[in-house]
Design a protein around this ligand. Sequence first.
Ligand code: ADP
Ligand code: MG
Length: 311
Amino acid sequence: MKKRIVIALGGNALGNTLPEQMVAVKSTSKAIIDLIEEGHEVIVSHGNGPQVGMINQAMIELSRADEKQPNTPLSVCVAMSQAYIGYDLQNALREELLNRGIHLPVATMVTQVRVDADDPAFQNPSKPIGRFMTKEQADIAAAKYGHEMKEDAGRGYRRVVASPKPVEIVEIGAIKALVDAGQLVICCGGGGIPVTLNGNHLKGASAVIDKDFCSCELAKELNADYLIILTAVEKVAINFGKENEQWLDHISVDEAKEYIKEGHFAPGSMLPKVEAAMDFASSAPGRTSLITLLEKAKDGINGKTGTKITL
Ligand code: ADP
Ligand code: MG
């Protein structure tokens, strides 16, 4: 049966460098279009951690080289990352659709997402962006730029910024219109460009919204049947990386709550995915969340793999 599916792409769908992304979007497009070929309606969102880090770094170098160029706000870096990733992704999708004889218009929507200026996240930066660094490199970055650095799930050090919760997707009306017209839309890239409302003015915020939470909002707003979070692991585990590691096939929102309490999911990586999955699954009857490997999207929707989260 035809389902409306919001797909949230993780870092492995896009790679870490320009050439990596050019290659990665090809296999990513195949995984997405497999679902379209099965008759489903798909809306694509994606992360931007390495890309926004890279753009931010480039803009820092620019302002260093040219004193007339002030530092670029993070919100602008997110906007740049949406355009750059959308450009590669929409072209790869277009080509793969044509290769399969499917005539479907594809477009990327520059998406702003309103956050609350009083969100407590602004007092506690927690979202990793940019490349992984050694402890020594991290100490230098902290001293030089005043960036806050944190160790990320055993994989090295990264800069952390505030990660407020999404309140409202500003361009949702335009996204809905395209989706309802049957077009393939890439939106909410990098969790959306964070903005706060000042009268009629939208002001860019120095933050990054978690793409998992934003994708959940998107899925709710579009009244989707499925939220599929595609990442680097086939399933969610309890006791992850330990001797008694156990991969989960299907959990209820209540079970997920217990596992969160027991600390099974790493903040900044698996935790926001599980939280977004729980939020979507409990937002209305019949809504299903799925966390799985990019290459397993089709198997996942057909119930063959992945971790399913339902009410
Ligand atoms: P993405 O770029 O897709 O958002 P992240 O690296 O942020 O990916 O999060 C996915 C990673 O979370 C996995 O690759 C895995 O290393 C890590 N992880 C942390 N806790 C768990 C867990 N309990 N089960 C599975 N993976 C976990
Ligand atoms: Mg992530």
